[in-house]
Write a protein that binds this ligand. Structure first.
Ligand SMILES: Nc1ncnc2c1ncn2[C@@H]1O[C@H](COP(=O)(O)OP(=O)(O)O)[C@@H](O)[C@H]1O
Ligand SMILES: [Mg+2]
Length: 247
């Protein structure tokens, strides 16, 4: 459904992505793991055109093109098929939860306000936030804000949802409620790419785990393989480090 071949990206002379080959099929959940600075965010940003890649082939459904030759119009259409959830929620602070969800629908899609609100309420219920629909972000916990952000990401009926460390900014006791919502989405067949340090989520929910290091995919496969029986020394080292942190 979405894929890249030999994806490259540099910032100045800092080569951040050094030839990434990646593929995700409809209904799959891919977990991307790796140390800070390994290029995970840049990878997500390049495949969603928030950042301009330098080189690579890009595949999305029937489109198969040099990533640097994709037109603005094509990018706009592609981005309409994607939802995003960021580490820091990025909600509009001056808008209620429901307004955060309806805004894209009414402004970008020109959906009538009532229809958008109906849809937003369904989504807020799905993420367990119906009773807080009319609260502002400041009145909500981090976990609640992130669940609103997930509802917002789903508003456009995206074909794929990208999560960039969605629980990294949360207090430990709030992580579970967000992971539960994500697990539910995965079970419903939502196609998801999730950059995460939550190894149990990756182990239980992901159909594929990708380990990145130094701008490359070092190892990938089903979670049983990558997380339980990694073949690469650097994957083993990374997992050991993560496990020590969890204790
Ligand atoms: N906008 C940017 N401008 C310059 N360098 C950047 C930018 N974004 C990321 N980088 C650099 O790219 C490298 C990888 O960063 P990033 O993709 O954020 O890694 P990760 O998400 O795995 O922590 C880092 O060296 C970082 O400093
Ligand atoms: Mg990152």
């Amino acid at each position: 459904m979405l894929g890249v071949r030999d994806l490259h990206k540099s910032f100045g002379d800092n080569q951040v992505l050094k030839g990434i080959d990646f593929e995700i099929n409809k209904g799959e959940v891919v977990a991307v793991i790796g140390a800070s600075g390994s290029g995970k965010t840049t990878f997500l940003r390049c495949i969603s055109f928030l950042e301009k890649a330098d080189k690579g082939e890009y595949i999305f459904d029937d489109l198969d093109k040099d990533i640097t030759k994709i037109s603005r119009k094509e990018i706009k259409a592609l981005r309409m098929k994607m939802g995003f959830v960021f580490q820091n929620f990025n909600l509009f602070r001056n808008m209620t939860a429901i307004k955060n969800v309806t805004e894209g629908l009414t402004v970008v899609r020109k959906m009538p306000k009532e229809e958008a609100e109906k849809k937003a309420l369904v989504l807020l219920e799905k993420v367990g936030m119906l009773e807080h629909a009319y609260k502002y972000p400041d009145e909500l916990s981090g976990g609640q804000q992130q669940r609103v952000a997930i509802a917002r990401a789903l508003a456009n009926d995206p074909e794929i949802v990208m999560f960039d460390e969605p629980t990294s900014a949360l207090d430990p006791e709030l992580i579970g409620e967000v992971l539960n919502v994500m697990t539910k989405l995965a079970k419903e067949g939502t196609t998801m790419i999730v950059v995460t340090h939550e190894m149990s989520f990756a182990a239980d929910v992901a159909s594929k785990v990708i380990f990145m290091e130094g701008g490359k995919i070092v190892e990938q496969g089903p979670p049983e393989q990558v997380l339980k029986n990694p073949t690469e020394e650097s994957t083993k080292r990374f997992l050991r480090r993560i496990l020590e942190h969890d204790d």
